[in-house]
Design a protein around this ligand. Structure first.
Ligand code: BGP
Length: 490
């Protein structure tokens, strides 16, 4: 008989990223990241990237949710929910302000040491993303970010510094957040720091043909190749520095279905899924997939491997596969239908699914499906590094947020995870995206809230920053306390 509980040591927790929550963007010696210079936007009003700070614009990374100064309070709240793991990222430019400085910034190293010690005090395991969207601006300005092989060296030195400095304090690492983001046009800013592509507007719902020229696509795939090399070298170094390190990839893994059983839609959906497999195959298997040439040819891309690259990729395959999952998309080539939304999905709208206020489809079954697909392909342990619901929250007269919609989202996805585990998938942890409200990556607003903890802050940076517990806070606490069993109580 299968039990209602999750596996005994299942890692429940939450995930954040430095530039979306820390603030203190130029404090204690920190340099700028490319993503620091993204302005606030909304769903309809895209964020802008400016290579220098403009006084007439608001940059949410400047303040974040002030986690830099309030991390103790925030971690105590995570501990109250019973977190076993806290996934967070280190800001590269806090450690090496220019990305490749001779010496690391001591104050940056000390800050993260204190964060990890705080986690340990509460028996929370830190899981660290070495890079989450934030290529140092100096490297972007100097060498077009990841287009240059010099950025590989800088990253590997940065990663080795972290492995050495935090040996014994951190055991779980992710080399790059959503590495497949680099394939997209907004990956110029979030993924690779390729300024020469001229991307200055993040309009995730309207991809202009001008952003998809062969020249630009070639640069993205070259940068992605460099990130694969950097990831493999970091994995190898991480294992050498501490054999007990567990190092994973992280791939945006939203499900993709054919809109109908018309074979052309089936082939289109298969092709969409290759956005995952393209990266997973390199990072898990250590080599490019059999479909690489055809896939790249469609985009007018030629991949140039240098001598020794293939060996490097083979020498640093990951220990686990981590993913973000928010929604699903469908592919439809045989008729005109509405399009869908989501940071990675621009497919046809699925008529069977409800959508969030930001147009992201609600599809827990897609999570079960994609977990099975991934596990079937790779057979290595899986970790859900991000999943969550961005919604507008209203503070009621009683001063709290009654976010039943978030609880329903959580329940449905947790049930899907349990079904996948019962299917036989080796899933060892789950971190809800944004356990505390933070700045949205795609739109740069606070109004799109994910948290179980409410932060009093608006889109323009006004508010007391006070933290308070939403109804979902208590539900997640119960879910963790019962190790999932409460899902089946009603
Ligand atoms: C992922 C990113 C996160 C996070 C999340 C939610 O793609 O890794 O950084 O922000 O999406 O997206 P958004 O903030 O745009 O709602």
């Amino acid at each position: 008989m299968t039990s209602n509980c999750f596996p005994e040591k299942f890692l429940w927790g939450g995930a954040t990223a430095a530039y979306q929550c820390e603030g203190a963007w130029d404090e204690d010696g920190k340099g700028f990241a490319v993503t620091d210079l993204l302005t606030a936007g909304t769903r309809r009003n895209p964020r802008l990237f400016t290579p220098t700070v403009r006084d007439d614009l608001y940059y949410p990374a400047k303040l974040g949710i002030d986690h830099y100064h309030r991390y103790k309070e925030d971690i105590a709240l995570f501990a109250e929910m019973g977190f076993k793991v806290y996934r967070m990222s280190i800001s590269w430019a806090r450690i090496f302000p220019n990305g490749d400085d001779k010496e690391p910034n001591k104050k940056g190293l000390d800050f993260y040491r204190s964060v990890f010690e705080e986690c340990r005090k509460h028996n929370i395991e830190p899981l660290v993303s070495i890079m989450h969207h934030d290529t140092p601006l100096a490297l972007a300005l100097k060498q077009d970010g990841w287009l240059s092989r010099k950025t590989i060296d800088a990253y590997v030195r940065y990663a080795k510094t972290l492995f050495t400095e935090y040996k014994g304090l951190v055991h779980y690492w992710i080399t790059f957040n959503e590495i497949n983001m680099t394939m997209n046009y907004f990956g110029d800013i979030y993924g690779a720091g390729i300024l020469s592509n001229g991307t200055t507007k993040i309009d995730i719902n309207n991809v202009s043909p001008d952003s998809l020229t062969e020249e630009k696509q070639n640069k993205r795939f070259k940068a992605l190749h460099h990130q694969f090399l950097a990831s493999a070298m970091a994995v190898k170094a991480g294992h050498e520095i501490d054999v007990s390190n567990k190092i994973g990839c992280m791939i945006a893994s939203d499900a993709h279905y054919p809109y109908s059983c018309n074979p052309i839609n089936i082939l289109a959906a298969q092709n969409s899924m290759r956005k995952l497999w393209f990266c997973g195959d390199v990072q898990v298997r250590g080599e490019y997939s059999y479909f690489t040439n055809a896939y790249l040819k469609e985009r007018g891309v030629t991949l140039e491997l240098e001598d020794g690259d293939s060996e490097i990729l083979k020498s640093g395959t990951v220990d686990f596969y981590s993913l973000s999952y928010y929604t699903s998309g469908t592919d439809c080539l045989d008729q005109q239908v509405d399009t869908d939304s989501g940071n990675f999905n621009l497919g046809a709208a699925n008529p069977y699914l409800k959508k969030s206020e930001w147009g992201w489809a609600f599809d827990p079954d897609g999570l079960r499906w994609v977990l099975n697909e991934i596990y079937g392909r790779y057979g290595i342990p899986i970790f859900i590094a991000e999943n969550g619901l961005g919604a507008v929250d209203v503070v009621s007269e009683d001063g709290t947020v009654h976010d039943d919609y978030r609880i329903q989202y959580l329940k449905a996805h947790a049930k899907a995870m349990k079904q996948a585990i019962d299917d036989g998938v080796n899933l060892f942890g789950y971190t809800w995206w944004g356990p505390i409200d933070l700045v949205s990556a795609s739109t740069g607003e606070m109004a799109k809230r994910y948290g179980f903890i409410y932060v009093d802050l608006d889109n323009e940076g006004h508010g007391s920053l006070k933290r308070s517990k939403k109804d979902s806070f208590y539900y997640y606490k119960k879910l963790i306390e019962t190790n999932g069993a409460c899902l089946f109580e009603e």
